[in-house]
Unconditional design. Sequence first.
Length: 357
Amino acid sequence: EQSWRAFKRDHYKVGPEFVYRPFPVEPTLLKRALFNIPIEKVEDASLHHIFQEKQRQIELKIAMAERRRTRDFLHGSLSLYGGVSPELRQQAEELLDFLPHYCPEVETGHLTAEEFARMAQDEIAYYQKQYDGFQPRVIVRDDLESAVLCDRGNLLIGARASVAKVRAAPLIHHEIGTHLVTYYNGKAQKLKQLSLGLADFLELQEGLAVLSEFLSGPLSRQRMQMLALRVVAVDMMISGAGFVETFAELRSRCKISLRTIYELVVRVYRGGGFTKDAVYLRGLVALLRELGRGMELEPLFVGKIARHHVPLVKELQHRRILEPAPLKPRILSLPEAKERLAVIQQGVSITDLCRFA
């Protein structure tokens, strides 16, 4: 809040100074503990590959934490989350140009944090009828401002959250129907890593979450703009643009509130350059492409996996190392969602999503 006020007071011409808490644990000790895990004793080749892949990813995260405020942090972020390809940047630009003409906004009022929490509890009760091991808590917290997110199998809601009614159902399917369903599906397996995430799971996970939003109804103009603006911001940061330049560019591209744009740019420039926010649009685009090629959607909810893990998961299921997932996303049972999915499976582009009424 204080940094935003200072940025506004300076007429959006002076970027914020990033301040970081001291790293709570010596990184060298974390690395030592990580590589003391005897992965070499895992004889099953498929499981060994899964553990080794994750070990390398965790090592990279530790290295990034050591290198905050340096260009090396950005290099680590690029290795971990990827960058922005020319094709992805072009898709983001096309989306920003396309949206004003095809996505009219609908004002429907807002839900308070408490009202949204009650809606979430109703959705949780639905899943508990499928599987009694589905036990997330809904926690309204003062320290989260207006955020809504999942953490360690629970749904956290900022006490000052105000959720547009038109966004409530999509957000439920994003957070509960995707993030919590995959968490508890993974937790139900002997391979617990499925609940926390196999290596590189984030792109598919967020692609699934945004697709689940769309299957429940049209994505709002602002939601689609945010997906595209994140890509533009990440690409500009990688190319060497400064905070103020990126803020000014995003400000010129849409009518989203300046505070929202500021927070988006902060997310991208923190640490020394964080490319994570590009995965949302990239994941959705990749998922649309794979569904158009015949990939099944429901098996992707088995846990938090990457696309390249799909054959491996099928193999482990065939060998009975993994059991059938106990939870099926509610969105896949809804008639309107089935109709939308059928169209997607015929092959659609990211801008085609805006054409659905």
